[in-house]
Design a protein around this ligand. Sequence first.
Ligand code: IPT
Length: 941
Amino acid sequence: MTDPLTTFSPGEGRRPPRAAFRSDAPRLILDGDWRFRLSPSTAEAPTGIERPDFDDSGWDELPVPAHWQLHGHGAPIYTNIAYPFPLDPPYVPDDNPTGDYRRAFDLPEEWGDLGAVLRFDGVDSCFTAWLNGQELGWSTGSRLPTEFDVTGIARPGRNVLAVRVHQWSPGSYLEDQDMWWLSGIFRSVTLLARALGALDDYFVHADFDHTTGRGTLRVDTSAPARLTVEELGLRDVPAQGPYDLAAVEPWTAETPRLYAGELRAGGETTPLRIGFRSVAVEDGPLKVNGRPVLLRGVNRHEFHPDHGRVLDEETMREDIVLMKRHNINAVRTSHYPPDSRFLELCDELGLWVMLECDLETHGFSLTGDWRGNPSDDPRWREAYLDRMQRTVERDKNHPSVVMWSLGNEAGDGCNLQAMAEWAKRRDPDRPLHYEHDWDSRYTDVYSRMYTSHEELDAIGRRAEEPLADPVADARRCGMPAVVVEYAHAMGNGPGGLAEYQRLFEKYERCMGGFVWEWIDHGLRQDGHFAYGGDFGEELHDGNFVCDGLVFPDRTPSPGLAEYKKVVEPVRITMAPDGIEIANLHDFRGLSHLVLTWCVEHEGEETASGDLPLPAIPAGSPPALLPYPTADTTGPLTVSARLAKDEPWAPAGHEVAWAQRIPEPIPARRPTRGTRPDPGLFDTRTGRLTRLGDLPVTGPRLDLWRAPIDNDRLGHDPVADTWRRIGLDRLHHRLLGMDTEDDTLVVRTRVAPAATDLGMYATYRWQDTGEGLRLTAEIEPDGDWQDISLPRLGLRMSLPAWIDHVTWYGLGPGEAYPDSRLAARLGRYSSTVDALQTPYVFPQENGSRADVHWAELTGPQGGLRLTGAPTCHLTARRWTSEDLDTARHTDELRPADAVHVNIDLAQHGLGSAACGPRVLPNHRLTARSAAFAVTLSETADG
Ligand code: IPT
């Protein structure tokens, strides 16, 4: 056979690709502990490992499936675009870690007369396999299945399987996805018995005609087969059909109706799960079953913080359940086919899937002009086709898969076009996607990524920058548009989701999009999650690998809560004349939901009940309900909840909600009683040092926030400007301290070193009887032009024994100007520690918005602050500077104080780490401002 490491060919000795399916034929799962040995290079790898009697007693053990780097052999590498080896295709460096695997297994006697197939579901990146000393072949395509025919080689009794895996191979050039480079046999290995005449492959075609409600069923099979679908009255009929079926219930992601059936051939029975649906991209939008569909999607990599891309079924289910609970209805399998059990779960639980091939050559863009890109080099053609064929063949029977994608960021070229042509021929019923086909020459949808809101608006209007060729332009203009990656969810963010959603909903052409991305790929280490650079990599891209809506351990981030709110399938609006209920489902009515309401006063529920939910079919206009209560003195919350258990959430799960906020909010009664508050001031600095008995380091102007990823990354990052000016190192100068009537006036100038830019901050202190009322007046000094500010607020510190915060304001989670829809008005309590959001890379977090009042307390009393009318609040055991310096969460150690920020405003979050900056209306700029807060000491206890 050819040397796998020096050829453009994708493999040798393999069986043709076919559908992944289970049958009742015997199978032997070969997962478990294997013998393993890692050599630093192929040249240093032992010889003779294929011999059954080879002595591997000195080798280590390694579980299959697993990545060897996560079991103490070698180390993970994270690069986004750059290849970690020279661009010298098809060659890879001599130092090519090579993992040898061996295991013996016993085959029962009854396998004697059967054929046998050895199946590898995923091996990264290239492997050769031997059974009982005989070479079976070799393969590339890490996230794709490989099968070898081992009939006559596998035999009853003891068998010895040997596998040699190379970390780098020609295939690595086609696998430059933005993720960890992790090697090994990372999906299952199975031996399948194959009876003569048994089915090798089948292709279910189950169409739904929305005009008649009829279904057509045809199953193409590799051998004559009989079909049974009891529910449809088909009993042991020829699989081929076609069968015209009156009144089938269609499959949709909202109503994932599956019909159980089976195929029989050669004494073997194969269970089927059939979903009837049709997908089309004619006349504007993407349509399923004749109706436009709006994708509220996420890009999902397979990731687990301990196991890398090795996922068990529970984790796959957990992903889908979390998605469904957060109103997500679509997944792009970025950027490779997932473990196929994930697709079975998508069929069952209901998600639209854009199924992507295992292909990316992004690093060739770094040559400046995609020079040498395999996508346009005919020598790679077979490898490209091979990948697409193995993708489509494996997953073609899943109703959830509504679109194929050729891959990601592989430039443009003839090999992509060849893949597209092949896929179109093989499966004309599913549209085809590839983002980098900018002219949409060989794809069916117009795809973009990280599009600004402005550009998306133009695309919605079909007014994008035209193509030079008017015919091509007209064709592309007629296509639906998808934003296949947007709202980069790195760190604190994304901001601006609601504005995107408005555009998706406004324009018929927009079929929605997929947030980048589902999960942070942080690898668990002692006390924190690791990212690029933590393994001593030669080249790396830092924490760019942590840009998900859930943290590495799948704890939802605030960004996921925001997305859930923004993409609610039911929109409840508190209109002047009643409660408006809009059904934004694409298919489902609202009979699966109930409406509940409650009124609260400072967190105490004072009235509640149910509201009748009218039938509103999908696509019909909103209904208006009368308000259930005349009480407008406390917030009224209306929730749409699941009436019954769904497979992904229990009855009562809240799907959507809205609040009517009373205006103005009535002043509150103190909960813990107040004390007289003689304030003590330092005459040297003008700062408050004591509030009654409570020692404080009094509030003063502060502009800094520990830059979020969206501040510090991307083009011309705003945090660079902030640091250049020195907003992280302000000096304060007391100009004067006077008493005017009953007011103490402290005048200061606040400015960074080395610039004449500054701000006058005047603090007016007044004893109101309820506490000390501070009015801060800010006046920019000098030419601040268009410079944005991280924050505009006050910082102060309190004794370290303060450990609890109770507030009346938005919560329970953090909220920022362009990501605050998920927060609702209420009374909340938290420890100081639990107020922190543990972004993998430490950065600004945890701000609670629109706080009317808050009490920061501990065993010895505490501080009450009352906004006028509101402020934003953060409380931490470290300073913004500590947060800024830390690189991992466990570097943040409680200091000797609790640091409190009381803010008038924050700069938005945006998505600039990869995408648009903060939208103009959420930018914070230097301006004259005044705001007030009343501080008092809480009574002990
Ligand atoms: C885009 C990639 O497709 C995706 O894999 C990921 O790397 C993302 O960026 C950033 O996290 S491509 C980029 C050039 C916009």
